[in-house]
Design a protein around this ligand. Structure first.
Ligand SMILES: [Zn+2]
Length: 304
């Protein structure tokens, strides 16, 4: 009975879903929470994303605020267990809603929100996000849409304590039309957002195959010791390789098919790439990505 009342109290206070977040240390002062390699479902309450935080002498900097208010609030509690410091900045890597819906929580804590121009263009208070639609009212809880305090169009260098954060948009279009990376020269860590995936497949619904490949090349040119993607558990200097190989193979196969005049309507029958079937979300995303990539490469051909 006591447990039951406790649970009721817990839910009624608006804590909602228990995310069970466990921060993993990447290197000194850099931590991440790794989400599931899955799509958004009620069972995971949107925890399919990687979010990170950096500890400096003056406070924390958060990279991506996660899927809900409750997620961010629980992440904040874990940070406070490490050090009783304020969150000064939250940097949003792009406008897909698994990455920024903890913003309203951090705003309530006085943090400054920084993100790409596309957030300002595409995120409006009146909209219903995909997260809200799938999770429903209860799990979405106190999540609200808030505006950014600072927009990064090209690049921005931030300093907190002694730590320097280099924020940059590498390509006009890659995973989306506004992907920011965050590089920490002092510890050689690069937060890549959804420019880097591993263990599961990505989507090109708002992006570009060629832009993604260019961005991956530019990420590798940093020679960072640690590269942290928006999804997936690899964080070493080779974390770009899975997606690079996948997109390079896809590009090659599509160009070969187009040379043989195979039309878009037949492309998903002709190209399967079974090597990637073991990657999560193959069934959900492979065919659609192939068609998106086909359209993009066909358009390039037409322009030549
Ligand atoms: Zn994502």
């Amino acid at each position: 009975m006591k447990i039951f009342i406790g649970l009721l109290l817990f839910l009624s206070l608006g804590f909602g879903f228990e995310y069970n977040l466990k921060p993993k240390t990447i290197t000194k002062g850099v931590y991440c929470f790794f989400g599931k390699l899955d799509k958004i479902k009620k069972e995971n309450a949107g925890n399919i994303v990687n979010t990170c935080f950096v500890q400096t002498k003056e406070g924390f900097v958060v990279i991506d605020s996660g899927p809900t208010y409750a997620y961010a609030s629980q992440a904040y509690d874990k940070m406070q267990n490490i050090a009783k410091l304020p969150v000064k900045y939250v940097i949003i890597t792009h406008d897909h809603d698994d990455h920024w819906q903890g913003n309203s929580f951090y705003k309530s804590k006085g943090a400054l929100l920084i993100g790409p121009r596309t957030y300002e263009q595409n995120v409006v208070a009146s909209m219903q996000t995909r997260m809200e639609r799938i999770l429903g009212k209860e799990l979405y809880g106190k999540t609200k849409i808030v505006k950014l305090d600072k927009i990064v169009d090209d690049n921005l260098t931030l300093q907190l304590g002694k730590t320097i954060f280099k924020i940059k948009q590498l390509e006009p279009i890659a995973h989306t039309k506004g992907d920011l990376i965050v590089y920490l020269p002092s510890v050689e860590v690069l937060f890549a957002g959804d420019l880097v995936f591993n263990g599961r497949l990505t989507s090109l619904r708002d992006g570009s195959l060629l832009g993604s490949l260019e961005a991956l090349k530019k990420i590798d040119a940093y020679h960072a010791k640690f590269i942290i993607g928006g999804h997936g558990y690899k964080t070493d200097s080779h974390a770009t390789h899975t997606l690079q190989a996948y997109l390079t193979t896809m590009k090659k196969k599509i160009l070969e098919a187009q040379d043989k005049d195979i039309g878009m309507e037949n492309i998903t029958k002709k190209i399967t790439m079974p090597k990637y079937k073991s990657e999560k979300l193959y069934d959900d995303l492979f065919k659609r990505t192939l068609v998106d990539a086909y359209k993009e490469l066909e358009m390039m051909e037409d322009e030549e």
